[in-house]
Ligand binder design. Sequence first.
Ligand code: NAP
Ligand code: MG
Length: 505
Amino acid sequence: MTLTVHPPGPHLHPDAAAFLDRGPRGLLIGGEWVRAASGATFATRDPATGEHLAEIARADTADVDAAVAAATEALTAPAWAEMTPAARGALLWRIADVIEEHADELAQLETLDQGKSWRTARFGEIPAAVNQFRYYSGWPTKILGETIPTSLSRTPPGKQVFAYTRREPVGVVAAIVPWNSPMLMASMKLAPALAAGCTLVLKPAEDTPLTALRLGELLGEAGLPAGVVNVVTGYGGEAGEALATHRDVAKVTFTGSTAVGKHIAAAAGADLRRVTLELGGKSPSIVMDDADIDQTIEAVSRGIFDNGGQVCVASSRIYAHRDVYERLVEGMAAFGSSLRLGHGLDPHADLGPLVSATQAERVDAFVAEGRAAGVDVVTGGRRDGPAGTFYSPTVLTGVREDMRLMREEIFGPVAAVTPFDDLDEVIGWANDTRYGLAASVFTQGLSNAHRIAGRLQSGTVWVNCHSFLGPELPKGGHKESGWGYENGAQGLENYLETKTVVAVI
Ligand code: NAP
Ligand code: MG
């Protein structure tokens, strides 16, 4: 039976409808909304139905050049460069307020474009984006240099050396974000970069440009000077490539796949451009025999099924002590099969579609490969919906450690659950991956929890929870999951250079 998907019409917010009705969407360059120089456009669609949502400008090198030029000009223009830190902080807070005031509309645009359930967008990701701006609004007034006592033998007699450091914005930032949580990913880059005094060119993913475009409008309403944030929409290999390799871009901050991240890092090497990379993961969860099983079932199920598993830190590999393994598999299967699939704007839907038919095909291919190799599909494993974009929450058992299912990021609602008997062995399995983004451990044993946390090769380790993220918590990938950290004080460092001033006085 094919899943019935109710059209979103009756639930559409008038502001979201008005935004879509305004016709083809341009690029934001230097405070103006302009067509691509070539006049080219592309369509963005609702993944639940395949319905056309809007025509979007398709930027190429010429448009990226113009956007980088606008950001370069804005970097030293008095309206931005001479804004006091207190005013910059107040502006970031105002941006948070404006996003919050438009939360219903932004959440609907995100749902329409990306597919995610409206509840996830409205009560999870849009508020999390607001929190990014609120958190970093406190930082501009606290970016401090140091005075340094020197012992230099060249100090002329009777003179002193006065030495200090200044922290300065790194320059023009290229922010390139993926399609899984577009508004939140963009805010995680914009908020600290603006706090540091940088200017940016933002490129959203081609599948999900809408909230970045609406955000561009709202930034102007909040009072951000023209050219400080520019938005270019287009294809990764075209606009993204031109932006990531631009000579006048001082810093690339990229969230996306490990493959594209490596390519960006290699290109940056030629010019020694600064790069921060937030990349893929294959995050393990270890469930000890003394875990609170009901709490664990909910945490790991949400960890892999929320947002259709299109989450970089998704709990895709679950290792359960043999004594609790069967209960965990049954519990996850029950949790997964209880989730209702539907259009993201349908208030009864727990899960929307995946972002595109291509992504759903990719997920299905992983599961089909497992089936052919004798993996047991306990629940799920079904692609559905009018556009073939829905994927049922899937629990697999019998996945061997050497299978692609266990080694590669699927980015879908597919969990592999495996029993273990020995702690050293399971830590070996958990760490036997080129990724190192996140991990979790479930146990009532305090000592065990923190000892295991110390042994896991991972940028974040959660204890008795999964996917707990916030702007104050540094987040980054070990190994091939990334370079550098976002969020917290370290997130701000991404956008600052140090200048040492040495004066004979
Ligand atoms: P992707 O293909 O790497 O794309 C990410 C962004 O890069 C998109 O805007 C894309 O544009 C652009 N892009 C593609 N090729 C480019 C190039 N040659 N030069 C410059 N930019 C280019 O990743 P995705 O499939 O959209 O997103 C899923 C991936 O993101 C997963 O691997 C996931 O783990 C990762 N992710 C990581 C985190 C984290 O914090 N670590 C968070 C979320 C997601 P187009 O879309 O137009 O191609
Ligand atoms: Mg779309």
